[in-house]
Write a protein that binds this ligand. Structure first.
Ligand SMILES: [Zn+2]
Length: 253
């Protein structure tokens, strides 16, 4: 069976100056799913996949699973939608729970995307979400099959609707915490995965993220298959009880 590869495109928290913000590419063979979609997504994809020795562009991305609409996770969706529409001649696919996608258009994308023109002086053309995007609804109770991927979601503790993911592909499962306060029940749910990607912070100013100190007390069996993302600048410079992910590496799941 082909190896399942996870390439971090961005590993930083929202205020990171050293790294791009949270984004991952999960793939098998030549079939890729993005987890999160910050800006500048195409540049992030190029840099990370080239560094990982598996270079590819947005044309090879089957879709994007989005956990929530905070900008550090979702502000590249306009680029993804426009690039798909104008450069690739197709719609972009977004997978999200309906609670997450409810305000995708009116709350995030419409201001930049609801009008196009074909040239100077031509009348505006009104556009809608489904001119650019296919939105696939994820479900809290059963996996949604999307090509070789089967995607499950679970709500997390965060100020706006947010879901974690378990994504199964080619017999392997990746768990992704998304943004969340520390939640042992969520970690139990993620424990079914072969590899867990969990957010971590050391300087939470907002109270809606997971302190690294809490994760560091988890059993060794869990920490061994857990990797950290969404971390502050400098976090990776010190020894950690759980390994931080690095941009541009291919992690075999
Ligand atoms: Zn967030």
């Amino acid at each position: 069976m082909s190896a399942v590869c996870l390439i971090p495109l961005g590993v930083g928290e929202a205020f990171a100056a050293r790294h791009y913000t949270t984004c991952l590419a999960l793939g098998v063979d030549d079939d890729w799913l993005l987890i999160e979609c910050p800006h500048p997504i195409r540049k992030m994809l190029r840099e990370a996949t080239t560094a990982a020795g598996r270079p590819f562009d947005l044309d090879r991305v089957r879709g994007v699973a989005v956990s929530h609409l905070h900008a550090d996770h979702a502000c590249g969706l306009e680029d993804f939608g426009f690039y798909s529409y104008f450069a690739l001649g197709r719609r972009a696919t977004v997978l999200a729970h309906p609670d997450v996608s409810a305000r995708l258009w009116d709350g995030l994308l419409a201001a930049g995307m609801d009008t196009t023109r074909v040239g100077p002086g031509t009348p505006p053309i009104a556009r809608r979400l489904d001119d650019y995007f296919d939105v696939i609804s994820l479900c809290k109770t059963s996996p949604v099959v999307f090509g070789p991927f089967a995607v499950e979601c679970r709500p997390t503790f965060h100020p706006i609707p947010t879901t974690a993911f378990r994504i199964r592909v080619a017999g392997r499962t990746v768990g992704f915490s998304a943004d969340t306060a520390f939640d042992p029940a969520l970690i139990d749910w993620l424990d079914a995965a072969d590899l867990i990607v969990h957010e971590a912070t050391t300087n939470d100013l907002t109270g809606v993220h997971t302190p690294y100190s809490r994760l560091a007390t988890l059993p060794e069996s869990l920490r061994r298959k857990m990797r950290l993302i969404h971390y502050p600048d400098g976090f990776e410079d010190e020894p950690r009880a759980i390994e931080p992910l690095h941009q541009g590496r291919c992690y075999e799941v």
